[in-house]
Design a protein around this ligand. Structure first.
Ligand code: SF4
Length: 287
């Protein structure tokens, strides 16, 4: 299927050089690079990146995802400190931390998330931290570890409609993911919860609206809706390039259902312009 005109964004690698230098210097990974995000030159040129912790190899086998799959890497106990240093050097007011799935670890990597949050707060207590986590296999104690470290936003993506999980998101469970978001909200109502889905995998309109409704029932505050773009010809094939007008339609539907903030568009990714969600909820970020 040929890409339509509205999906003609080009990556300008020149604009990514400064950020790449810092990432290499501190030996840090980002989901931006590992997942071949099309927004990378926009974000890197503005000093924004989503840090990827717990290694670069994922223990799951999602068919839409560009991350490498296989045996996970060793845990790097100093990684949190180096991310804190990157936050300091970039003078960030908002930071997103995400990870691969680590089903090989008893707590799914929750302690490493919590430790990273704590290290960042040591260098800047005022910073707003968003974590975008895997499902920790639904282990409540693991989820609780991250909640207790007090991120401002706890994000977990549903990615697609439940009917497509067995094809594109093997190893995940729709209800388990919803329950994670619900648990976070019940545990600490001051933490904003967020989720994201991709369109173009073969989902139907009524299924998408049902996902929105389920998320609101789970107390989810923020929603991102983007176009699925296959990372390679070996990945799950795109079924539809969704028209920008349809993204607007879904945005309005989601807003009607009560989400505090929704980003919806072909190039929207969960972490794209992530500070905007919180800005809309609590006002401008503090200096
Ligand atoms: S949208 Fe997110 S993943 Fe993509 S480059 Fe920006 S921060 Fe990185």
């Amino acid at each position: 299927m040929r890409k339509p005109l509205w999906l003609n964004k080009r990556v300008d690698f020149k604009k990514t050089e400064r950020m790449n230098f810092l990432l290499n210097d501190l030996r840090l990974s980002t989901i931006c690079k590992e997942a071949k995000c099309p927004n990378i030159s926009d974000c890197f040129s503005q000093g924004v990146a989503s840090f990827l912790i717990l290694g670069r190899v994922c223990t799951r086998d999602c068919q839409f995802c560009a991350l490498r799959k296989g045996h996970a890497e060793d845990i790097d106990l100093e990684e949190g400190k180096r991310i804190a240093e990157a936050v300091r050097r970039l003078a960030l007011k908002y930071v997103v931390i995400t990870s691969v799935s680590r089903d090989d670890l008893a707590d799914g990597g929750a302690e490493v998330f919590a430790n990273t949050i704590r290290e960042i707060y040591k260098v800047n207590r005022e910073i707003l931290i968003e974590v975008l986590t895997p499902d920790f296999k639904g282990e409540e104690k693991a989820i609780e570890k991250v909640v207790r470290a007090k991120p401002k936003v706890f994000a977990h993506n549903l990615e697609t409609v439940p009917g497509l999980y067995s094809v594109v998101r093997k190893g995940a469970d729709y209800q388990r993911s919803l329950h994670l978001l619900e648990q976070v909200k019940k545990s600490n109502r001051e933490i904003y919860t967020k989720s994201g889905i991709m369109l173009g995998l073969g989902e139907k309109e009524e299924e998408v609206i049902k996902v929105f409704t389920d998320l609101r029932k789970a107390g989810c505050d923020f929603l991102s809706i983007g176009q699925y773009l296959p990372p390679s010809s070996k990945h799950f094939k795109v079924r539809e390039y969704v028209n920008p007008g349809r993204f607007l339609f879904y945005k309005r539907k989601a807003q009607e259902l009560g989400f505090l903030y929704v980003e919806s568009g072909p190039y929207v990714r969960t972490s794209y312009l992530a500070h905007r969600y919180i800005q809309s909820a609590i006002g401008e970020l503090k200096d």
